[in-house]
Design a protein around this ligand. Sequence first.
Ligand SMILES: *Cc1c(COP(=O)(O)O)cnc(C)c1O
Length: 345
Amino acid sequence: MLMVDYDPSGWNAPEIKPFGPLSLDPTSSCFHYCPCVFEGMKAYLGPDGKPRLFRPELNMARLLRSAVRATLPAFDPAAALELVKRLVAQEARWIPNKPYHGLYIRPTIIGTRPNVGVMPTDDYALFFTVCVPAGPMFKPGSSTPLALLAMEDRVRAWPGGTGAYKLGANYAPAFESQKEAASRGYNQNLWMIGKNQQICEAGIMNFLVVLKREDGSVDLLTPELDGTILPGVTRQSILELARAHTEGRTELDGILPSTKIHTRETLITLPEVREWNAQGKLLEVFACGTAAVVVPIGRIGINDEDIVFPKYEEGYGPVAKALWQRLVAIQEGRIEWEGWSVPCL
Ligand SMILES: *Cc1c(COP(=O)(O)O)cnc(C)c1O
């Protein structure tokens, strides 16, 4: 694991040492007021056997934004990335050499100020990073689309809150709803906000829909970044790849070059999704994030009703499948695209 201590003198010398428990003062601020921010990234083995990270500078920039939001000390994101690369290079033997496998990396910063006083922790902190080998959450061909439970009386994030940052404090309050969803046979929650049932996210993934247009092209819609949405690296990459296809800069497999994918970041409500589905306009619903990459959504439960979406042979509709396969090919270094896959050595 990688460890870097921060104290009033600044960031100390980084260390890579054997994985093991931390020893912290029980009054450390992270245990009481939750100054804790993290990132989720994956390293993949390229065809050359070298470990690679996917757009890691976006994760480090987001980690810095999260740290600043939680009043943890700032850091140089390029220097932090260099440390994570060194760790991954050293631990590359733990990256499973199989398709759809990777090494999950968890950079974390916690406030370690040893004082129960309720105040910002900008003077004592610990930056650490651990790695865990990870298999695919959803396997190609055998993926059952997700079932999401929408609960009208719960919100994950709210305007002016911290939903746009990866703060540990955002996640524990959602576990109760997650448990309720699981007990009712759903995989995740569909997070919404407001009386108009505005859709935010699918569990800890971003949410997207594909709609049919009269002219044969499609719309790819996702909620806009209004402060309640976590700005996912996967979400951003999907929007950029869809735009590249539509502008003729690349050709996504299984999608005709003449089929334009019009991307839009916009407000989406659950009643709209129900209506588009009833009209036959809704082609695909899916979620995305680092861990699962792209996962199809098969139904959304609300109260005692289930809204059931179109089914596809392998679970994935054509747009989700094309984007998912292209992302994985770039992540695994099989296709080069705009420097997104960054070697660690
Ligand atoms: C991490 C996360 C995502 C996905 O972000 P990626 O950068 O694509 O992994 C989406 N929603 C929430 C709430 C998250 O915590």
